[in-house]
Design a protein around this ligand. Structure first.
Ligand code: NAD
Ligand code: UD1
Length: 338
C-alpha cells in the first residue's frame, strides 16, 4: 500500500485526500492536467504535511504519457478523481464529458491492465441514484442517469463491473459521494471554482466574502421542514479519510463494491445558510426563486454498509464544514490566485 497514483490529485477532493495519504505514510504520485485546478494546491499540501509529492502534468487521455508514469512507478492502487463535474455544462456539451470522463477512464484502465495494477478507488457520486424514490438511500437502490455527467459515472461503474467479470483480479471500490463541503482546517486548501459556482456551499462562501451579491435559493415550496431542498453535506476531510479505508479494503480482494460516503443527516439550504452566517459572523442575502430543473427535494445517505465494511464514518459536523469553509474563503478570497 506504499505507493498510490492519484489522478486529479490537484483538485478539491484530491488535494485533501493527498494530505491524508501522506499523513499515513503513503507515497503519492499525482497525475493532473490542471484543467480545473492549480499547482499551488499541491505545494500547500506539501507544506502542510512536510512531505513531497511526485507530480506529472498529464492528461489521463494521453496513452503514451500515462504509460511512462506506470513505467516509472510501481503502484499498489489508483485513486481516480480526474474528471469534469459541472452538471449544466455536461447537458450542453455531452461529448466533452464522454471524452474526458469515459474515454479518460478507459485509457487509465488499459494502462493499469498493461502494467498489471488491478486495484482502483473510483470517485462516483450520489447522482447515480437519479431521482431516488425514498430516503435514506442505500447502495442497493435502482441506478439511473439524469444528465450526461451522471451517465459518465454510471458507465464507468458498469465498465468496472464488466472488467471484474472478465478477470477477477480487478477490484474497485466505488465511492458514491453525497455533497462535499468545507476545507482543510489550516485554511490553506479548499474549493476554488474557476467560474461562478454551481454548487451551494461555494456559492454561499462567495456571497459571504462579497464576490457575489446574493444567493438564489432554488425553490421554497418543497415538502421539507422549511420548504428548501435537503442534502447530505459531508466534510471534505471526512470524505478524504474514506479513501484510506477504501485502500485498506482493497487488500481483501473485494471485487467491485459501491459505498455511500455521506453523514446520513440531511440539512436544508436555509440550515446551511444559517450555519454559514454564524461561522462568518455576517448576514448572507438571499432570494427564493423557482426550483432548479433536475433537483430532488430530499437526498441523504444510509451509511450503515460503509460503517460495517469500511469501518468509516463521518465525524465532522455542520459547524466544521461551514467554519473551515469560511476560513479558506476568507483567507483566500480569490482562491489560489491570491
Ligand atoms: P475538481 O475539478 O476540483 O478535481 C478534478 C481534478 O481532475 C482537477 O484537478 C482537474 O484538473 C483534473 N482533471 C480533469 N480532467 C482531467 C484529465 N482528462 N486528465 C487529468 N486530470 C484531469 O473536482 P472535485 O470536486 O475534486 O471532484 C473529484 C471527483 O469527484 C470528480 O470525478 C467528481 O466528478 C467527483 N465528485 C465530486 C463531487 C463534488 O461535489 N465535488 C460530488 C460527487 C463526485
Ligand atoms: C449537484 C448535482 C449533482 C452532483 C453534485 C456534486 C444538479 C441537479 N445536481 O448536486 O449531480 O453530483 O452537485 O457536484 O446539479 N442550491 C440553491 N442555490 C444555489 C445552488 C444550490 O438553492 O445557488 C440548492 C439546490 O437546489 C440543492 C442544494 O442547494 O437543494 C444543493 O445543491 P448543489 O450544491 O448544487 O448539489 P446537488 O444539487 O445536491
Amino acid at each position: 500500500m506504499n505507493k498510490v497514483l492519484v489522478t486529479g490529485g490537484a483538485g478539491y477532493i484530491g488535494s485533501h485526500t493527498c494530505i491524508e495519504l501522506l499523513h499515513s505514510g503513503v507515497d503519492v504520485v499525482v497525475v493532473d492536467n490542471l484543467s480545473n485546478s492549480n499547482l499551488k494546491a499541491l505545494e500547500r499540501v506539501e507544506s502542510i504535511t512536510g512531505k513531497s509529492i511526485t507530480f506529472y502534468e498529464v492528461d489521463i487521455r494521453n496513452v503514451e504519457e500515462m504509460d511512462k508514469v506506470f513505467v516509472a512507478h510501481s503502484f499498489y492502487a489508483v485513486i481516480h478523481f480526474a474528471g469534469l463535474k459541472a452538471v449544466g455544462e455536461s447537458v450542453a456539451q455531452p461529448l466533452k464529458y464522454f471524452d474526458n470522463n469515459i474515454y479518460g477512464t478507459q485509457v487509465l484502465l488499459q494502462t493499469m491492465k498493461k502494467h498489471e495494477i488491478f486495484n482502483l478507488v473510483f470517485s462516483s457520486s450520489a447522482t447515480v441514484y437519479g431521482e431516488p424514490a425514498s430516503v435514506p438511500i442505500t447502495e442497493g437502490f435502482p441506478l439511473s442517469a439524469v444528465n450526461p455527467y451522471g451517465r459518465s459515472k454510471l458507465v464507468i461503474e458498469d465498465m468496472l463491473r464488466d472488467l471484474n467479470v472478465s478477470d477477477s483480479r480487478w477490484n474497485a471500490i466505488l465511492l458514491r459521494y453525497f455533497n462535499p463541503a468545507g476545507a482543510h482546517v489550516s485554511g490553506l486548501i479548499g474549493e476554488d471554482p474557476q467560474d461562478i459556482p454551481n454548487n451551494l456551499m461555494p456559492y454561499i462562501s462567495q456571497v459571504a466574502v462579497g464576490k457575489l451579491e446574493y444567493l438564489s435559493v432554488y425553490g421554497g415550496d418543497y415538502d421539507t421542514h422549511d420548504g428548501t431542498g435537503v442534502r447530505d453535506y459531508i466534510h471534505v476531510v471526512d470524505l478524504a479519510k474514506g479513501h484510506l479505508c477504501a485502500l485498506e479494503k482493497l487488500k481483501s480482494n473485494p471485487g467491485v463494491v459501491p459505498y455511500n460516503l455521506g453523514t446520513g443527516i440531511g440539512y436544508s439550504v436555509l440550515d446551511m445558510l444559517a450555519a454559514f452566517e454564524q461561522a462568518a459572523e455576517c448576514k448572507i442575502p438571499y432570494q427564493i426563486v423557482d426550483r432548479r430543473a433536475g433537483d430532488t427535494a430530499i437526498c441523504y445517505a444510509d451509511v450503515s454498509l460503509t460503517k460495517a465494511d469500511l469501518g468509516w464514518q463521518a465525524v465532522l459536523g455542520i459547524e466544521e464544514m461551514t467554519g473551515d469553509g469560511w476560513r479558506w474563503q476568507s483567507q483566500n478570497p480569490k482562491g489560489y490566485e491570491d
